[in-house]
Design a protein. Structure first.
Length: 631
């Protein structure tokens, strides 16, 4: 709150005369996003205390300026509508608080894989560093750096608490923009439409960054829509630039949002015979605010958007094969492509666009981990029907103003880009704030809005119920003290028990195969599967000895292999080949050659050979996982 107050003073010129809730929302979002950059730079310099010093300085300046100028603008307007908005948002925020207080599990896949793992590595090292095997560590990190700060003082819960705060600020922003645009009644509907999106509730209690990222990009889009509506107000250009800059400084998809926002803005300004150069203001702010992350990537990897666009930009520890593996994984989400038997993404089918977009509301399993190719994702992966129907309502109404037309154009372009690139439902959360605002406007202004007035409470019931039933219900067991955090994690995360064993035995560095939850380890580790990095050099390996020598070269003295995701028949044959089992046949020469010829799984026959030869010594087996010592 103190940082938000400081930022409100700094942004006072552009926030003046805006809705009070919007003032505090934008100031809070901006202060946290920029503070994340300060935290990263402080830890990079090896002086974490500098982040505290900068924060304290900002607060002191805010207090001094407020006292000197008698600044009292922005005092929250707490009327009946505001209190009702707080009541609407209370349950979703409460569910997210429960999530933040409980340990992350396999459901929070990316939380454990890198959003929490990377800050933990940096805290153990005492400074930020280039992590070669987790390419996500080279993404823009404005929000992840807040997790670094939170974890250093409050552990995992301290990190995830920032997600809850950012969700609350996003709700305030939706309320404020809707209230100043369509009135308080519409704002209440907008808050209900946004805060009860199943995915928004769930992710705001994790270390995922998509709710915050969506708030930056989505509010930025609507602020530019206000510019299209009334281009005489430069404050919208400044505020939009700040929000879009933070979107690009939080996730690569922010660049896509910026591109869509600028393209649509150019079209509308030229159509209205206004100067398109007005967009130079927000564009310049985007470059200044987010530029540090892309310059860092050039220094570390040679590619500003590492590891993407490898064929054109190249990049350290990456290859065309790695790029192919990663692209296929990204494209297997959604319903826009036919999938081969081995779940390889097929050719995009434009005729599936409608079903793919509508599927966001009714088949969330295809749009989220785990196993999206099999539709195994949970109901919380849905974005709900409201924002989709809101877009259709305005398009069908014949009452599109400049503002609504701009948001609609951005939404269509975003859906097209999402359809073509990676159909993960969390990637479309950027459209949730602007379309939720349009939903409130539609309910109070359009006859078609009656349908939305029915859908909003239905979505709320769905979102709240499924988040409680599938997530919060179990989390309350540990939050309420009925079971310990360790018991909860062992029951919900398969790697917890093996990680405990590894932590209790002296280890220089452990190689992880088919396991990415290294966050649970207290020892150095390395993602050893091909596709994460080229450092092990699988391309030139021919024998098990080659594999062991390369593991040793990277300081690895222990190997962990998780066979839980392997076909049962393949696991049995591999164990026989490795000399770990005698029942059943081993792999045929043809099967071995097939695995060896496929670079992504070449390590399996090489590992079996190294085990049989005694270069890897079995130490422990925990269910379908094996631990070996490198000899």
């Amino acid at each position: 709150m103190a940082l938000a107050a400081a930022m409100r003073v700094a942004m006072g010129r552009w926030l003046a005369d805006r809705d009070s809730a919007l003032q505090w929302s934008l100031a809070g979002l901006a202060s946290l996003g920029l503070f994340g950059l300060v935290v990263f730079l402080s830890y990079s310099a090896g002086v974490p205390a500098a982040a505290w010093a900068v924060g304290a300085l900002l607060v002191a300046v805010a207090i001094f300026t407020s006292v000197r100028k008698g600044l009292n603008r922005g005092k929250l307007q707490i009327g009946p509508g505001s209190r009702l908005a707080v009541g609407i948002g209370l349950l979703p925020i409460l569910l997210s608080l429960i999530g933040a207080a409980a340990p992350s599990t396999t459901l929070d896949w990316d939380s454990l894989a890198y959003h929490l793992a990377v800050p933990k590595i940096w805290l153990n090292d005492g400074h930020t560093s280039f992590i070669s095997y987790i390419h996500h560590s080279n993404f823009p990190l404005s929000i992840d750096s807040l997790f670094l700060f939170g974890m250093s003082y409050g552990g995992e819960t301290g990190a995830k608490s920032f997600s809850v705060v950012l969700f609350a600020l996003a709700i305030m922003g939706v309320f404020g923009l809707a209230r100043e645009t369509y009135g308080e009644k519409a704002a209440l509907w907008s808050v209900a439409a946004y805060s009860t999106i199943p995915m928004a509730i769930w992710l705001s209690g994790t270390a995922y960054i998509d709710v915050a990222h969506g708030a930056y990009g989505g509010l930025g889009i609507f602020l530019l829509a206000q510019t299209v509506q009334d281009s005489s107000r430069k404050d919208n250009l400044i505020l939009a630039g700040i929000m879009l800059g933070l979107a690009a400084g939080t996730k690569y998809t922010g660049l896509q949002t910026v591109g869509v926002a600028m393209l649509a803005g150019l079209f509308f300004l030229i159509r209205q015979k206004e100067s398109p150069f007005k967009l130079a203001i927000p564009l310049a702010l985007v470059v200044v605010i987010s530029g540090t992350w892309y310059v860092r990537n050039v220094v570390n990897t040679g590619n500003p958007v590492y590891p993407f666009f490898y064929s054109a930009l190249k990049g350290k520890n990456w290859s065309d094969y790695n790029a192919k593996i990663y692209s296929n994984e990204q494209q297997t989400f959604g319903a826009g492509r036919e999938l081969a038997e081995n779940y390889t993404a097929g050719k995009l089918e434009p005729s599936r666009l409608g079903a793919s977009v509508l599927g966001l509301a009714y088949q969330p399993g295809r749009y989220i981990n785990p196993a999206p190719t099999q539709g195994s994702g949970l109901p919380m992966g849905a974005i709900g029907p409201v924002i989709l129907v809101a877009l259709l309502a305005w398009l069908a109404s014949g009452r599109l103003g400049r503002r609504e037309g701009y948001v609609s154009a951005c939404s269509i372009l975003m859906f097209l880009a999402w359809f073509a690139l990676s159909q993960q439902s969390r990637y479309i959360l950027t459209l949730a704030p602007p379309l939720a605002i349009l939903a409130g406007g539609a309910i109070v202004q359009l006859s078609f809005g009656r349908i939305l007035a029915i859908l909003v409470p239905l979505q709320a019931a769905f979102g709240l119920y499924f988040n409680y039933q599938f997530v919060a219900k179990d989390q309350l067991l540990v939050v309420g003290g009925k079971i310990t955090p360790d018991e909860y994690r062992r029951a919900t995360t398969s790697f917890a028990e093996p990680a405990t064993w590894i932590n209790e035995h002296p280890t220089k560095r452990v190689a992880l195969y088919d396991e990415v939850f290294g966050y649970l380890l207290n020892v150095p580790y390395f993602w050893a599967n091909p596709g994460h990095t080229t450092e092990l050099g699988y391309e030139t390996m021919r024998t098990g000895d080659d594999l062991v020598e390369n593991l040793t070269r990277l300081g690895i003295d222990r190997v962990y292999v998780n066979t839980a995701f392997w076909p049962k028949e393949q696991t049995g044959a591999w164990l026989v080949d490795a000399g770990l089992a005698t029942d059943g046949p081993g792999m045929t020469p043809e099967e071995k050659k097939s695995l060896f010829d496929e670079l992504q799984v070449r390590w399996k026959p090489l590992l079996a050979e190294a085990i049989r030869s005694g270069r890897l010594v079995p130490e422990n087996q925990i269910r379908r996982a094996f631990i070996f010592r490198v000899r």
